[in-house]
Design a protein around this ligand. Structure first.
Ligand code: MOS
Length: 733
């Protein structure tokens, strides 16, 4: 079953609207609706808040402000772990534009929204710091960056190596604020049940949501029941929960009634955090033959002064290419903007835009083919960790991609290929992304009727978790997939690390695979030791599970029959995956996914309109659990990369700290007309060091480097290098 292109098992539910998202659950009857009123200043203090007009508006049940909101758990930095929700309505201070100043709860959404506009707020406005490009004081080095990685690394003597290099590239690149923007905005329906709380919330990690709500509301985690069977995308914005969940939970507790709150799309741009804008300097020193001798990657980003976020933007550079002299570093400067957050391959996505552009610049300076340049710098060992790679196939991806794409047709000199009014160019980029493993438990139960149930608080954020888990369990127990039921996204089930960091499928499937193994052993022990079984006294080592039947030699018995006799309530087993820090494979090897992107663009010779003409990604992710869901993930990631290269950019009004284009009309992402011929191919392998199933992270690999391939194609078409992303047409004129 593993490796089959099974259709999504939740497809019919999704297509018929029977897969409820957080705001749509019907279990709580008719809930009240909350609407968040946000600050209209970027920094300062609330001096006066008038709620009378809102409270007397039709249908209103409650207006919560910092004056009457229940006290929240400690907000000091030491108590705020990575997933912790930000405090909300806790103080009169305003830390960023749009920060909640009130929650209005009414009978209907329209009433709540209307009344929220009647909350009167007086401010004492302070001078805010909103412009990364203007401000350079207060720059500091964070203790570490995301993933617990060091902020700085140094190998060899970079300055000496760079000075001695025959060819040098030293360039600055900037990447913009970007938002995750899944289709389902962040939302929560909170239902009080006595002292407990049921939260239907849109989250990527159920256990983190539970812990966060419990800490913030000072509740026992056992009293918080999180339910998230279907999640309409996340892309990082639901790794932690945000104001909508905290406020819905608070209001439901105050009123003793179910309350639901969803962020509007504009509020998503204010309340969930964004990929920080980055200023990156990349220095490459090489010999004439293309061998890199020195690599440096330095990054400056903002952080909220309230709570630090340091994207690991230069971390990928540590494992990508060989070079004896190396330097990477991250610096932060405080700005009065929302906290930065993980957005679609945090670190690699913006970091590879810069480094893979710089590699293209180096290839151009050397007069060398960019594919060949990368192949010449393939490392034998991870150059900073000094450990071998497990299953590294970057060169295979580069070669196969070049062959399939027809890379030999690339114009060797930029701005030479013209088709009518279009200047045509080819570009490429390498991709790498670290594979992560995190603690995960999955329980599998065999019912007496011969059906299996897989239980975990693991989420399916649209990625295909239900489907791949059905495949693993069906394969592991020898059942047809229709006889496997998957129950996810419920904090009553065994705890996982959910969906994030591209670890979801590998973690959950490995744990499910182990659970199935343990369950098979239990069933065999029961059957072979039971005089009532046709398998009595036989050697379980020779057992085969197929089509719902256990065969040993010539004897057989239905798994359901074994289960029914062994335990009327069903037989179950749990499988676990440990944290990568406790798994020696992850310290002994550098475990990553790889890829190579190839893009062809046309640029209008007069208007500089940029069109993607075709794109190919060739990837190595170890074993593929399901080719359909894998391909979808990779294509989605590649398309994000096209957006990063050509379109996406949230713009800050540097007077107010507001994102001015805070909707999907002003914040551009690729639409169907932008994406024509895009294909993803996987060179399958088996990475037994990653896990027993041999598969690695897929979801975020597609965006790694894909934007650089597009930008490099624009350079090849025009001879113009744009280092300030996105590459928009006015920058080419
Ligand atoms: Mo991903 S940005 O870890 O959801």
């Amino acid at each position: 079953m593993i490796g089959k292109a099974l259709d999504r098992v939740d497809g019919p539910l999704k297509a018929t609207g029977r897969a409820p998202y957080a705001y749509e659950h019907q279990e709580a009857g008719r809930p009240l609706c909350g609407f968040i009123a946000g600050a209209t200043i970027g920094k300062g203090r609330i001096t006066r808040i008038g709620t009378e007009n809102a409270e007397s508006a039709p249908g209103v049940h409650l207006v919560l402000t910092h004056l009457n909101a229940p006290e929240q758990g400690p907000v000091d930095e030491s108590a705020m772990d990575y997933w912790r929700a930000q405090p909300v309505l806790a103080r009169p201070d305003i830390h960023h534009f749009g920060e909640p100043v009130a929650l209005v709860v009414a009978e209907t959404l329209e009433q709540a929204r209307d009344a929220a506009a009647r909350v009167e707020v007086g401010y004492d406005t302070a001078r805010g710091r909103f412009d990364l490009d203007a401000r350079q004081d207060g720059v500091y080095t964070p203790k570490e960056v995301t993933g617990g990685l060091p902020a700085d690394t140094e190998v060899g003597d970079f300055d000496a190596g760079f000075d001695a290099a025959e060819v040098r590239i030293d360039q600055h690149y900037t990447t913009p604020y970007e938002f995750s923007l899944p289709i389902e905005p962040n939302a929560c329906l909170a239902e009080p049940r006595g002292e407990s709380l049921v939260l239907y919330t849109s989250c990527q990690i159920v256990d983190a949501a539970r812990a966060s709500v419990a800490a913030t509301l000072r509740m026992d985690p056992g009293q918080v029941h999180v339910v998230a069977p279907f999640v309409g995308g996340g892309f990082g914005s639901k790794l932690s929960i945000h104001a909508e969940t905290i406020l819905a939970a608070m209001a439901a507790r105050v009123l003793g009634r179910p309350v639901k709150v969803a962020l509007t799309r504009q509020q998503v741009f204010q309340l969930v955090g964004m990929r920080p804008r980055s200023r990156q300097r990349v220095r490459l020193g090489a010999e004439r033959d293309g061998r890199l001798t020195a690599i440096a990657h330095d990054v400056l980003m903002h952080t909220s002064p309230e709570t630090e976020y340091a994207e690991q933007t230069a971390a990928t550079t540590r494992s990508l290419y060989a070079a004896p002299h190396r330097l990477t570093g991250h610096r932060l400067t405080p700005l009065d903007l929302p906290r930065g957050a993980d957005v679609r391959a945090p670190g690699e996505a913006p970091g590879l835009l810069a480094v893979e552009s710089a590699m293209d610049e180096l290839a151009d300076a050397l007069g060398m083919d960019p594919v060949e340049l990368r192949i010449r710098n393939e490392p034998a060992l991870d150059p900073e960790r000094g450990v071998p790679y497990s299953d590294r196939h970057l060169v295979d991806c580069l070669r196969e991609g070049a062959r399939r794409f027809g890379w030999e047709n690339r114009p060797a000199v930029p701005a030479r290929l013209r088709e009518g009014r279009w200047l045509v160019g080819y570009g490429m980029s390498a991709a790498i992304r670290g594979h992560l493993q995190a603690p995960t438990a999955v329980r599998v139960r065999l019912e007496p009727d011969g059906t299996a149930v897989v239980l975990s608080d693991m989420t399916d954020i649209g990625t295909g978790t239900y489907t791949v888990l059905a495949q693993v369990a069906a394969g592991g127990l020898g059942l047809p997939p229709e006889r496997v039921r998957i129950e996810l996204g419920d904090s009553d089930h065994p705890t996982s690390w959910g969906s994030g960091g591209s670890w979801g499928a590998a973690n959950a499937c490995t744990a499910a695979h182990r659970a199935c193994g343990a369950l098979r052993a239990k069933l065999l022990e029961a059957a072979c030791g039971d005089t009532g079984s046709p398998l009595y006294g036989m050697d379980p080592a020779g057992a085969v599970f197929a089509d719902g039947v256990v065969h040993i030699g010539g004897a057989s018995e239905a798994v359901g029959a074994i289960a029914a006799r062994a335990a009327p309530e069903g037989t179950e087993a749990e499988g676990r995956v440990r944290h990568m820090a406790d798994d020696p494979h992850y310290s002994d090897y550098s475990i990553n996914s790889y890829g190579a992107h190839f893009a062809e663009v046309g640029v209008d010779a007069d208007t500089a309109e940029i069109r993607l003409r075709r794109m190919l990604g060739v990837f190595s992710v170890g074993r593929v659990f399901n080719p359909k869901t894998t391909r979808s993930q990779l294509l989605g990631g590649m398309i994000w990369g096209v957006g990063a290269a050509l379109e996406e950019e949230a713009v800050v009004d540097t007077r107010s700290g507001a994102f001015v284009n805070r909707d999907l009309a002003g914040y551009l992402v690729p639409v169907h007309a932008d994406i024509t011929d895009v294909e993803a191919v996987v060179l399958e392998s088996f990475d037994g060091r990653a896990n027993v199933l041999g598969g690695k992270g897929v979801g975020e690999l597609g965006i790694c480097g894909s934007g650089a391939a597009v930008a490099n194609a624009v350079f090849n078409a025009t001879g113009i290098r744009v280092r300030d992303f996105p590459v928009t047409l006015e920058k080419l004129l």
